[in-house]
Ligand binder design. Structure first.
Ligand SMILES: C[S@@+](CC[C@H](N)C(=O)[O-])C[C@H]1O[C@@H](n2cnc3c(N)ncnc32)[C@H](O)[C@@H]1O
Length: 289
């Protein structure tokens, strides 16, 4: 068997392990993780893999086998900017549930690995619009996805760049508030995956502290209603442009009081009584029904 054949088997085993770690039974996602070579998106090895309490360790050599684990891999390690943990993404993408034919918007593509997985799930009749803030990373993502006809990469702030109505908006950076455009452009029945992080929810957050510093919500639009569910704790790179001091403070206070699992709705108005709000921003809140 040639090396590509061997890597195909290693990838299939990796996909199985990742979905098991994510506690997800999703054959389409298993196929997608098994199909996309992670090494095609991370430049030349050896690669800096995050091993222990935020410390990067270079892989012994450039054998792609080292990338088929459940570890974060540094893309720009000096900025703690990583290719995210595969089982976290498996969990979140499973909740986003991209279907064949969907338009998926991926905000914070990095170099494009999870964009390729989303494009695989959307299939030839669907498409992915990836938006990346960092121009160098956007250029790398564009080059890495050049042969993926249903993926387009745009450079800019995902809250400001215009995109067509989306069935899935998959945000991969930590916000303190949802962007208006994400709520406006979510199709009826569409799902927004929204990581919300206080300033503690990044870099050296201990796993035991993570739940009180970052939370991922799944927001599903039904007509003019937005149903919200907490789906995961998170520590993730901050979202440029979707953070401000006032909403950060409110979010940190909300984490301190607890109760994010009780959130069931995102409302786009100011009329919701205080006692129902877990987190209130100007013109929106996360609340119980
Ligand atoms: C945690 S990294 C994830 C990269 C990629 N998803 C991966 O796992 O390989 C977050 C990415 O979001 C990008 N980003 C931050 N703010 C953004 C914004 N407002 N719009 C688009 N991308 C943004 C960062 O430049 C970074 O590449």
């Amino acid at each position: 068997m040639d090396r590509q054949g061997e890597l195909g088997i290693i990838r299939a085993a990796y996909a199985r392990q990742i979905l098991a770690a994510a506690r997800v039974d999703d054959p389409r996602l298993d196929t997608a993780f098994g199909a996309i070579p992670r090494e095609d998106f991370l430049g030349h090895g050896p690669w800096p893999v995050m091993r222990w309490l935020g410390e990067y360790v270079l892989t012994p050599d450039a054998d792609p086998v080292y990338l088929y684990t459940n570890d974060l891999v540094g893309i720009v390690p000096e900025r703690h900017l990583n290719n995210g943990q595969p089982s976290l993404h498996a969990h979140l993408i499973h909740h986003a549930a991209p279907a064949t034919g969907d338009h998926v918007v991926h905000i914070g593509t990095g170099t494009g690995y999870y964009t390729a997985i989303l494009a695989h799930l959307a299939g030839p009749s669907g498409r992915v619009t990836g938006i990346e803030y960092d121009s160098e990373l956007a250029a790398r993502a564009k080059a890495n996805l050049a042969r993926q006809p249903n993926a387009e990469i745009l450079q800019g702030d995902g809250a400001l760049v215009s995109f067509d109505q989306a069935d899935v908006i998959y945000v991969n950076a930590g916000c303190t508030r949802p962007a208006e455009s994400w709520l406006d452009r979510l199709a009826d029945g569409g799902r927004l995956i929204l990581p919300m992080t206080s300033d503690r929810g990044f870099a050296r957050t201990l796993p035991s502290q993570m739940a009180s510093a970052g939370a991922v919500f799944r927001i599903e639009r039904r007509s003019d209603d937005y149903f919200a569910t907490w789906i995961s704790p998170v520590a993730i790179f901050p979202c440029a442009g979707s953070r401000d001091e006032i909403s950060e403070r409110a979010l940190a206070e909300a984490f301190a009081k607890g109760g994010w699992q009780q959130v069931t709705r995102l409302y786009r108005d100011q009329e919701i009584p205080e006692e129902r709000c877990w987190l209130r921003g100007p013109q929106w809140c996360l609340a119980t029904a």
